[in-house]
Design a protein around this ligand. Structure first.
Ligand code: PCA
Length: 322
């Protein structure tokens, strides 16, 4: 008993000492000028201020520390204490991670927020089982189609060299007969410049970040889905913080979430304006293209529900009741 107490006291002394200052790395996959990354930087500043410099978080933008698909494992394994991931990238691991990538399931900011609320308890549970915490999540702007070639229907998409960023965006290519190539955002400019791809689906925000207008002149505003970035924390790293620091981190995370959704809406309209100013034609999709994409979405929702099982059905039911 005495020994145990002594050890506990030693552990406390050690963690109090370790807590003099903690330095955390935050790998992120998008460029410094992207609204998600700007939000992360402000979050890191807020934490610094609120803790009087006790917790210093360094944001590593543009996949400079870990590539996008590696960030989740890095946080789980403690190589990074905190990180930002694109949830839909992990759909093959667990279908619920891909709920916000199913076309037309939630296709506006209001719907995306509802879907997030329905998804959140499940995400928290899964990440918890994996030794992590969900700190906050923010939606990307609505996804539209970039294409070098003008497109009026899904038939026009046959044979396109299609950049995918997730299992679902690759599946869309298969369903319309395009050729999917998975390219993460950090390599997208290069993939366009070298002609590896001539089309993809994403937000105006990523189109602007990657100077897509230098290679592709058409964007179809399909508003198909709003995938989310999530900021996740290694639980052991969190537990090693003192209570006041933990509270400051949670508060800064909650603030970042609110700020992030507003920034996303603003980035949506700003980026479309900037794309236009750089020669991008912003099109309303034709009735045929809309109907064709809706059909792709229906197929994908069905496939998703089949794979996700009862958990997926509960999620969709909960979302639709909101
Ligand atoms: N931009 C990211 C994911 C969704 C988005 O709008 C990308 O294209 O990689």
């Amino acid at each position: 008993m005495k020994l145990k107490l002594a050890l506990t006291a030693a552990a406390l002394a050690f963690s109090a000492q370790a807590m003099a200052q903690a330095k955390w790395d935050l790998p992120a996959a998008y460029p410094a000028s992207n609204f998600h990354t700007e939000n992360l930087n402000q979050f890191a500043n807020d934490v610094d201020k609120a803790t009087g410099g006790k917790l210093k978080i360094t944001v590593h933008a543009n996949a400079s520390l870990f590539k996008a698909p590696e960030i989740k494992r890095a946080v789980q394994g403690g190589q990074a204490q905190i990180g930002e991931i694109l949830l839909v990238n992990f759909q093959n691991e667990w279908q619920i991670f891909g709920a916000d990538g199913v076309p037309f399931l939630a296709d506006s900011y209001d719907e995306a927020m509802k879907l997030y609320k329905a998804q959140k308890p499940l995400l928290e549970k899964k990440l918890g089982e994996q030794g992590m915490m969900l700190l906050y999540a923010v939606a990307w702007p609505p996804q539209g189609i970039y294409s070098k070639k003008p497109i009026n229907s899904a038939a026009d998409m046959k044979g396109l060299k299609w950049r995918a960023y997730s299992p679902a965006t690759a599946r869309i290519a298969e369903l319309v007969g395009a050729q999917p190539v998975t390219v993460q955002a950090a390599e997208l400019s290069q993939a366009m410049a070298t002609g590896v791809i001539d089309s993809y689906m994403s937000s105006g925000s990523t189109g602007f970040d990657t100077k897509t207008y230098e290679h592709i002149k058409n964007w179809y505003d399909t508003q198909a889905w709003l995938p989310k970035n999530a900021v996740i924390v290694n639980k052991a790293a969190f537990n090693a913080l003192d209570k006041a620091t933990q509270d400051a981190l949670l508060k800064a995370g909650a603030d970042a979430e609110t700020r992030g959704w507003a920034a996303s809406k603003k980035a949506n309209s700003d980026s479309l304006d900037k794309l236009k100013a750089n020669g991008m034609q912003i099109h309303q999709p034709s009735a045929q293209l809309k109907a064709d994409m809706k059909k792709v979405g229906d197929t994908m929702l069905k496939e998703w529900l089949d794979k996700a099982g009862p958990e997926g059905k509960q999620l969709v039911d909960a979302f639709r009741k909101m």
